[in-house]
Ligand binder design. Structure first.
Ligand SMILES: Nc1ncnc2c1ncn2[C@@H]1O[C@H](COP(=O)(O)OP(=O)(O)OP(=O)(O)O)[C@@H](O)[C@H]1O
Length: 325
């Protein structure tokens, strides 16, 4: 189990992590999400022991993680950390890059283990290719195999799928996280991509400006977003006065995703269409409503510019999404 207690850290005088507290159970997959510069990479580095904390402490299985001031070789031996930039050997093959990271005990069955890892990252066909000839996404997959090679207890991954095209990403993520579950490897990964969080994280940590805003399941955060910032991590979101909806007189704002508003003959919100954007399965529509607030919703049909339509949102959803403050 990982325990992060009141962790505070500043680069020079810039406070980057502010009293961060959370824990991660063995075998759990935890995602750190938040806007660029909020401190995700810095948090991963502190957990790995690459930075000396200003305040607080970190424990992995009751053993304190110490920074470079206390360790000749920074980085905890039971953990593996994958930074955003890769550290592959360009002039050797994919297999050799993986084998270099196997432990001594694994050396006698290195062929078999390398083969197993090549399958996890779907790179069997590239085993003998030189790394310098691979694409950015392929290199990222080799880097993932390297950090798995020594069977770490805790994996720390910084944006592990950001160079991988959507075409391969889905299968890779399923294979990769299923492998981690099977081996009971705990994993903490930083991402910008909410689909990484929704599909593959047991626990989501939301950061903003060095603070931990939320620690919950991604399902809860999606269904009951505590703020617009958190809802916006998933998709575009409407923040509207509840009073705009017919039948509601209470003050307060509601957070509603565009897909939760549908065009209906007897809707509860009248809007004027500004523009429709085709997105493959339907149209994403930008519109204005009574107080000239912008509203976004999805429509099966192309809606004419300047036309007036009514849209509908379920009343129980409006009540559920009423923001507390
Ligand atoms: N070595 C450094 N020296 C000084 N400031 C740094 C250093 N590394 C990061 N920072 C600053 O600390 C803040 C947090 O950076 P960090 O890389 O942790 O953010 P992040 O959430 O991982 O961002 P991104 O999503 O863009 O990777 C940023 O303002 C960044 O400019």
């Amino acid at each position: 189990m990982l325990n992060v207690n009141e962790v505070t850290f500043a680069y020079q005088n810039k406070n980057t992590l502010k009293s961060i507290n959370f824990s991660v159970e063995k075998g759990a997959h935890t995602c750190i999400i938040g806007e660029s510069g909020c401190g995700k990479s810095t948090l991963l580095k502190t957990i790995y022991g690459l930075l000396d904390l200003d305040e607080g402490n970190i424990y992995w299985n009751n053993e304190q993680v110490l920074g470079p001031a206390y360790n000749l070789v920074p980085g905890h031996e039971k953990m593996r950390y994958l930074a955003q930039e890769d550290h592959l050997m360009p002039y050797t093959t994919v297999s050799e890059n993986i084998q270099k990271h196997l432990s001594r005990q694994q050396a006698e069955f290195s062929e078999q283990r390398t083969q197993e890892l090549l399958e996890v990252i779907d790179m069997t066909a590239f085993a003998k290719s030189k790394v310098k000839n691979l694409s950015g996404g392929q290199k990222q997959r080799v880097a993932l195999a390297q950090v798995l090679a020594k069977e770490p207890e805790l994996l720390l991954l910084d944006e592990p799928f950001n160079f991988i095209d959507n075409f391969r990403k889905n299968k890779l993520r399923r294979d990769f996280f299923n492998y981690l579950k099977k081996q009971e490897i705990t994993c903490i990964f930083a991402t910008h991509d909410s689909t990484d969080m929704l599909g593959f994280a047991d626990q989501a940590l939301v950061m903003k400006e060095g603070e931990l805003l939320a620690n919950d399941s991604s399902e809860n955060l999606f269904n009951f977003p505590p703020s617009k910032y958190i809802a916006s991590l998933f998709t575009e979101v409407n923040e509207l006065d509840l009073q705009l909806f017919e039948g509601f007189k209470e003050d307060g704002k509601v957070l509603i995703y565009p897909r939760e508003l549908t065009v209906a003959a007897h809707g509860n919100l009248k809007v004027n269409v500004i523009k429709s954007y085709f997105n493959g399965s339907d149209y994403f529509v930008e519109a204005n409503c009574k107080n000239s607030a912008l509203v976004y919703f999805n429509s099966d049909k192309l809606l004419d510019e300047f036309s007036t339509v009514t849209i509908y949102c379920k009343e129980e959803l409006l009540i559920k999404r009423l923001q507390k403050d």
